[in-house]
Design a protein around this ligand. Structure first.
Ligand code: ZN
Length: 239
């Protein structure tokens, strides 16, 4: 299972941004949906539509705490422990990269976290075996020009066995988890081996985002937070 795709995104945003690897590249590929939200946040802010600007900024941020629940299909207790360990490591990696500005918290399944994670021996998209995939939705509720709510939910599937049905290593599963969280945070797939968002090589998983991938998410979130905060103070100034 060398170099197979980590995931296929089961939604309209399947297009892989084939950003050329030029030396001047300073941003990792972002999901088109996320780019659209940040552009709309800026445009709405410039137009003085502060409620809409906040709605789109929040769609990028998805809050400062994201809850998740975990379940297992055909996975032994021993394997479950190793799944949890790799998942925890993946979340901790991103929390560290984001300097503690975003936290992930597990909740019991019946409380329905904003990310529902299922571990299973094999994950397929159509006929293709993939390491995992995430299907998500961001929904904005407005009342006229007043922002009411921006909701976020993701379903994530992560595989526990490779194509030979051997248990995936801790490192490979951490790569899977980190990659899928990267999508939640707005990163698109990368064609480059060695990138977190690139293909998973079972024998050479990466241990987290590259410096560019991490700084791209930090910059994206900083910008969304700034627009949100400015729009909020403008909005309250209008009252
Ligand atoms: Zn992916």
């Amino acid at each position: 299972m060398k170099g197979y795709r980590v995931c296929t995104i089961a939604c309209a945003y399947l297009v892989v941004a084939l950003t050329p690897a030029t030396s001047g590249m300073s941003v990792a590929p972002l999901l088109p949906e996320i780019e659209r939200h940040i552009v709309e946040a800026k445009t709405d802010y410039d137009r003085g539509e502060f409620g809409a600007a906040r709605a789109h900024a929040q769609a990028v941020l998805v809050g400062d705490e994201i809850t998740y629940d975990v379940s297992f299909v055909s996975t032994s207790e021993r394997e479950q422990a190793s799944c949890r360990k790799s998942l925890k490591a993946a979340f901790t990696t991103w929390e560290r990269e984001l300097m503690g500005t975003l936290r992930f918290r597990e909740v019991p399944r019946d409380e329905h976290g904003r990310i529902s994670i299922v571990f299973k021996p094999s994950v397929r998209m159509g006929a293709e075996e993939v390491a995992g995939f995430t299907n998500w939705s961001r929904r904005i509720t407005m009342d006229g020009d007043k922002w009411i709510d921006t909701s976020f939910h993701a379903d994530m599937q992560l595989r526990t066995r490779d194509l030979d049905f051997n248990a995936m290593s801790f490192e490979a599963m951490r790569h899977e988890g980190c990659h899928e969280i990267g999508h939640v945070l707005g990163l698109d797939d990368s064609p480059h081996h060695g990138d977190l968002m690139g293909p998973l090589e079972i024998a050479h998983p990466v241990n987290g985002p590259t410096a560019l991938e991490a700084s791209s998410v930090r910059n994206l979130r900083d910008e969304a937070r700034r627009i949100n905060d400015d729009a909020q103070s403008q909005d309250s100034g209008k009252l």
